[in-house]
Design a protein around this ligand. Structure first.
Ligand code: ZN
Length: 260
């Protein structure tokens, strides 16, 4: 009898779930400090911990992450890993895009906290002469360590970040294809144009696409676990980290996205 009712509820979950998630859900309880919260994650997804959300993950030692095949990326294998569920969805999108003569080459995948810290510190030194706008200047396109969606293995950049490519006819055709089709595979553009919208944080990134069946859940967990008014305790350990709380970095940057 118990098994029957469990099966019934499992079928209910299947019926009520977005088809992109493929109906294979499991309820995972995470515990973090004093907070315990339930999230519904697809089977095979990386479980939620505070360290994972702020990028303190060694992808090469983590079985939920896979190496992107050389055919699909220009990245050095050290940086060429994403979650397997993201990769499976990307491969389907890549194959269909190719049928329309669109090539979606991965030019950025997962970057952990320490890689992001290196990128941040290099820029921090480079812009030391621009005064108090230094942090905001770097934040136009580069994330502070701890707040990047690239930490999660759910987000990728396609075909580079050069504005000349994205304004070329090839770049425009690729962007239009992504806008019209990426959602069919679960991908969306979190950093859309900021004018004419309430979006805050990073500038528009036509190259950056996120796998919603995972990243939506991590965004929600981030909101719950990395406490909004307590950035000073969690977003730290790099040059200029004292600005994270006063810039309202979590509210404006992590949550300042266009949703799926
Ligand atoms: Zn990106």
């Amino acid at each position: 009898m118990k098994i029957k009712s469990l099966t019934f509820y499992f079928i209910l979950i299947l019926l009520s779930t977005n088809s992109v998630i493929l109906g294979q859900n499991i309820s995972i309880t995470t515990q973090n400090d004093s907070l315990s919260q339930e999230y519904l994650l697809p089977i095979g997804a990386h479980v939620i911990t505070k360290d994972f959300l702020i990028g303190k993950t060694h992808y090469e030692k983590d079985s939920t992450f896979v190496l992107i095949d050389k055919e699909h990326t220009v990245l050095n294998p050290i940086y060429g890993r994403i979650q397997k569920l993201t990769y499976d969805a990307y491969l389907k999108m890549y194959a269909d895009a190719l049928k329309d003569s669109i090539k979606l080459t991965v030019t950025s995948a997962s970057r952990n906290y320490w890689v992001q810290k290196h990128i941040w510190d290099v820029k921090w030194n480079k812009y030391k002469d621009i005064g108090k706008n230094r942090v905001l200047h770097i934040l136009k396109y580069s994330s502070m360590p701890g707040i990047s969606r690239h930490h999660w293995g759910t987000d990728m950049d396609f075909n580079g970040t050069s504005s000349s490519y994205w304004s070329s006819s090839n770049g425009k055709r690729t962007y239009n294809w992504l806008k019209n089709n990426a959602h069919k595979y679960g991908f969306f553009q979190p950093y859309t144009l900021k004018s004419n919208s309430n979006r805050t944080g990073f500038n528009e990134e036509k190259w950056h696409w996120s796998y919603a069946p995972l990243s939506d859940i991590y965004t929600k967990a981030y909101f719950d676990i990395i406490k909004i008014n307590d950035a000073k305790n969690d977003i730290k350990g790099f040059s200029g980290d004292q600005f994270a709380p006063e810039l309202n970095i979590i509210n404006l940057y992590v949550l300042g996205i266009t949703n799926f």
